[in-house]
Design a protein around this ligand. Structure first.
Ligand code: FMN
Length: 365
């Protein structure tokens, strides 16, 4: 029953949607990393629900770092973040407490934890717990930025509306870092938001595809077999509730290409090596090749929808119908962006610590 991920930099998360708090622990992080509270706040605000396209449950996300930081720098001992839950309305869930929401983790959580799981608001399976991941990921992302590694994610597609692809990577990453609705093309952003509102009006929800780019990652990070960079990233990304697919580079489209199209030709550049194209997403043989990492996550439509659906009673297994109350996002794609950035940063810190040693990310006095 594990809630920890990583080999050298270990991420642990805890908490339930309607419990006193959610939080997380980062263990193995280098000493001497500067903690930028404003940066953490900004990242949390990008995950927070905003306006009509999101749930009405808005939490202030006031966080506290209760260990592992002294004089504004990491100490190298476990860093613990606590984020209290304040805007909790458990009464909304009382009527449907014994009913498994289709598409959600109520049934599997009930089975796994022998009926003892906290059911309120999805308990430990709630998207609320991702606030902790975002706070820890912000610490990791700031450390990576100081080492010249940039991470940016946009909504590549939502409800059949497509954004433009990445072009000027550094400019795109900078633009996305402040954008609550992370889309590069403003017209596409409007159409996507209209599609979310339409789904909401119809008591339904929509999903989409998030596309991430990582710049400045040195070549040689990752292991050849089980801890391939694709494997480590996928492991982290599939931990995000609602992520149902991950592909690297041209991903599934590579299967339909010829080798002559799929191969990224090498050429020398400024004393190093680059590839002419990046169809393999910056990874060969499980190891970074020095090109930008590029991957996509498929995020499913929010499972909690306000339509009557068939289900079963958890206590008896009898057939039943469920009509939900409560507060839910008509789409989680835009909010999941901050979580994808965070998980990417946490995985890369771990993989970089494996290659260069734990202290590489930090500083000395
Ligand atoms: C930021 C975020 C917010 C979420 N909010 C909701 C929500 O309001 N209602 C809901 O039913 N699911 C929400 N989810 C998704 C569920 O937590 C997820 O679908 C569920 O745990 C089942 O996991 P699975 O979809 O990975 O199988 C959210 C996910 C994320 C990442």
């Amino acid at each position: 029953m594990k809630n920890t991920f990583g080999t050298n930099v270990l991420t642990t998360i805890f908490g339930e949607s309607h419990g006193p708090a959610v939080g997380g622990v980062l263990d193995g992080l280098a000493p001497g990393i500067t903690i930028d509270y404003e940066f953490i706040k900004k990242k949390l605000s990008l995950r927070r629900p905003q306006g009509q396209i999101s749930t009405a449950r808005v939490e202030a996300d006031e966080f506290e770092i209760v260990s592992g930081v002294y004089d504004g720098k990491t100490t190298g001992t476990p860093l613990t973040v606590l984020i209290p839950n304040k805007n909790v309305k458990s009464a909304d869930y009382e009527a449907t407490r014994d009913l498994a929401r289709p598409g959600h983790a109520d049934y599997t959580g009930f089975v796994k934890y022998n009926g003892f799981a906290d059911p309120r608001g999805g308990g430990h399976f709630s998207g609320r717990v991702t606030a902790a991941l975002v706070a820890l990921g912000a610490v990791a992302q700031a450390a990576l930025e100081a080492k010249g590694v940039g991470i940016g994610t946009h909504i590549a597609r939502l409800a059949h509306v497509s954004d433009r692809g990445f072009s000027d990577l550094n400019a795109d990453i900078a633009a996305l870092s402040d954008r609550v609705f992370p889309v590069l093309d403003s017209e596409a952003a409007e159409k996507m938001q209209a599609a979310i509102l339409k789904a909401k009006d119809e008591n339904d929800s929509v999903g989409g595809v998030l596309e991430t780019v990582v710049t400045g990652l040195p070549a040689g990070v990752g292991e050849p077999w089980f801890d391939t960079l694709e494997g480590l990233l996928s492991h982290g990304l599939f931990s995000i509730p609602g992520v149902k697919g991950v592909e690297f580079g041209d991903g599934f489209a590579l299967a339909g290409m010829r080798g002559s199209e799929a191969n990224d030709a090498f050429r020398p550049s400024q004393g190093g090596v680059v590839t002419e194209t990046n169809r393999n997403g910056g990874i060969n043989g499980g190891i970074s090749n020095g090109m930008p990492l590029l991957f996509r996550c498929a995020v499913k439509p929010t499972p909690s929808i306000f339509q009557t659906q068939k289900t079963v009673k958890l206590s008896t297994g009898e057939a039943a119908e469920i009509s939900l109350a409560g507060r839910h996002d008509p789409a989680i794609v835009h909010r999941a962006r901050a979580v994808v950035d965070a998980v990417t940063a946490l995985v890369l810190c771990d993989a970089l610590a494996t290659k260069f040693g734990t202290d590489w990310l930090g500083g000395t006095k």
